[in-house]
Design a protein around this ligand. Structure first.
Ligand code: NDP
Length: 462
């Protein structure tokens, strides 16, 4: 999609030797080259004491491990890759970045670096004259609280206008998440029932079978609410709950998302059940008395005309029974006056499986053959079991990188939305209650069932 601003003419990748660059950014750049879109130099910056050849080796290992080496596309990436070695605290590093930019005047600076380095890098970039007409891409976590997110926004806004700041939430770049938006507003049958009169509750589950995978130190500072709820899951809530945007113009979509976040009541600890998997405290770099939650289930209230009284349940956790992300919008059951069958366990619903496969399905009841007027639940699959990445679609990072280079901010989080999301969860991250312990391989602490007692329990993905 073309943005309203001219495309960037160079990508400056801070943190080029880091984990994120290895896992996501090099594969995205090779994919961009494969589509014939790598028409700009990529200037990697880090301080590992490497030379360009070592960086190329690293890039090759990255694409080989993540998706496979494509020799022609990689050759294109190689021809575009430049390397600047140096510490971010040293102004000389930025003079070299300036020199490597050569004729480029509209760079995108990608901060794949620890957030603690943001102020230094912004200041140095400004000092070296690299900020005029530039964009900046910042990775999560975008702050650790409402206060720190505000401070970070203020810092960035001193140097870059809001339209040049691209806050990545890679969930928004996922094809399946985009499909929520499309499915809602491309189908006339849905809108009349997508509201408090017909929807009983909405449940969003993001489950991971794995634990902290050796990243205990990082996780101790994060916990599940900061890691996935404040960002990914609240963004999904906005797509499910927003009003129709006037168009796909970036600000039209982002205005509606921000409105949803502003109408969600700040949470209190009664709306939260947090958990920690047994064994978390034995992970490397995790405190023996850690209270960091690896699981959280919350109940959200959206104070809007459309959603008043409809609970939105969001749960996420590590070491759960399976790895998957799913949304289920459950409709109210019809009055039990016509048929004398017992209240059905599963009624009408829309189910979006977001990962690892992509699916969209509608739940309905149909009559069982025979004399009796009793029925069974049936699922109508609209999209079924499509493996992510198998439909020729772009990986989220390829998509988001391309959009940032083009200046299209639709899939990036705006300042007001980020701050509104923090305002919702802020009271929870200061929750003094210790999390409930749960067994690895389960669906989390039993206590979480209390939250959904009024709506017949969790709709657990299969
Ligand atoms: P790493 O620690 O793996 O990489 C950090 C990078 O920053 C390295 O390239 C490092 O260079 C460079 N760096 C740090 N300090 C300096 C300095 N003073 N001067 C020069 N270079 C410096 O971090 P990640 O890649 O894991 O994370 C980067 C960002 O992305 C973070 O904000 C993180 O929260 C975010 N993120 C990461 C994800 C992931 O899966 N890894 C997922 C989502 C977000 P060197 O190695 O040479 O020291």
């Amino acid at each position: 999609m073309n943005g309203p601003h001219p495309p960037s003419d160079a990508l400056v990748l801070f943190g080029v030797t880091g984990d994120l660059a290895y896992k996501k950014i090099f594969p995205a750049l090779q994919a961009t080259a494969r589509r014939g879109n790598l028409n700009f130099p990529v200037i990697g910056v880090a301080r590992s004491g490497w030379n360009r050849d070592q960086l190329l080796e690293r890039a090759k290992a990255s694409v080989t491990e993540h998706g496979g080496l494509d020799p022609a596309a990689f050759a294109r990436l190689e021809s575009q890759l430049r390397y600047v070695e140096g510490d971010y605290r040293d102004p000389e590093t930025f003079r070299r970045v300036r020199a490597e930019l050569q004729q480029a005047t509209r760079p995108t600076h990608y901060f794949a670096i620890p957030p603690s380095m943001f102020p230094t890098v912004v200041e140095q970039l400004a000092g070296a004259g690299c900020c005029d007409d530039a964009r900046v891409v910042v990775e999560k976590p975008f702050g650790r609280s409402l206060e720190s997110a505000r401070a970070l926004n203020q810092l960035l806004l001193k140097t870059f206008p809001e339209r040049s700041i691209f806050r990545i939430d890679h969930y928004l770049g996922k094809e399946a998440v985009q499909n929520i938006l499309y499915f809602r507003f491309a189908n006339a049958f849905l809108d009349p029932i997508w509201n408090r009169r017909y929807v009983e509750n909405v449940q969003i589950t993001m489950a991971e079978e794995f634990g902290v995978s050796g990243r205990g130190k990082l996780y101790e500072e994060t916990g599940v609410i900061r890691d996935v709820i404040q960002n990914h899951l609240l963004q999904i809530v906005t797509y499910l709950a927003m009003e129709a945007p006037s168009s796909m113009y970036p600000e039209a979509v982002r205005d509606e998302q921000a409105t949803v976040l502003r109408t969600i009541r700040p949470l209190n600890t009664e709306q939260l059940i947090s958990g920690q998997y047994r064994g978390y405290r034995d992970e490397p770099d995790v405190a023996k008395d850690s209270k960091v939650p690896t699981y959280a289930a919350i109940r959200l209230h959206i104070d809007s005309w459309r959603w008043e009284g409809v609970p939105f349940y969001v749960r996420a956790g590590k070491r759960l029974k399976m790895t998957c992300a799913e949304v289920r919008v459950e409709f109210k059951t019809p009055p039990p006056v016509v048929f004398k069958e017992p209240a059905p366990a599963a009624g009408n619903y829309v189910r979006f499986r977001l990962s690892p496969q992509v699916a969209i399905a509608l739940g309905a009841r149909v009559k069982r053959p025979g004399e009796e007027m009793v029925g069974d639940p049936l699922e109508l699959s609209l999209v079924e079991g499509l493996e992510q990445g198998k439909g020729g679609e772009m990986d989220a990072y390829e998509r988001l990188l391309g959009d940032a280079m083009e200046g299209d901010a639709t899939l990036f989080a705006r300042q007001d939305a980020v701050e509104a999301a923090w305002a919702i969860v802020d009271p929870l991250i200061r929750d003094p209650h210790p999390p409930y312990e749960y067994e690895p391989g389960t669906w989390g602490p039993r206590e979480a069932d209390r939250l959904v007692a009024g709506v017949g329990g969790w709709n657990t993905p299969e």
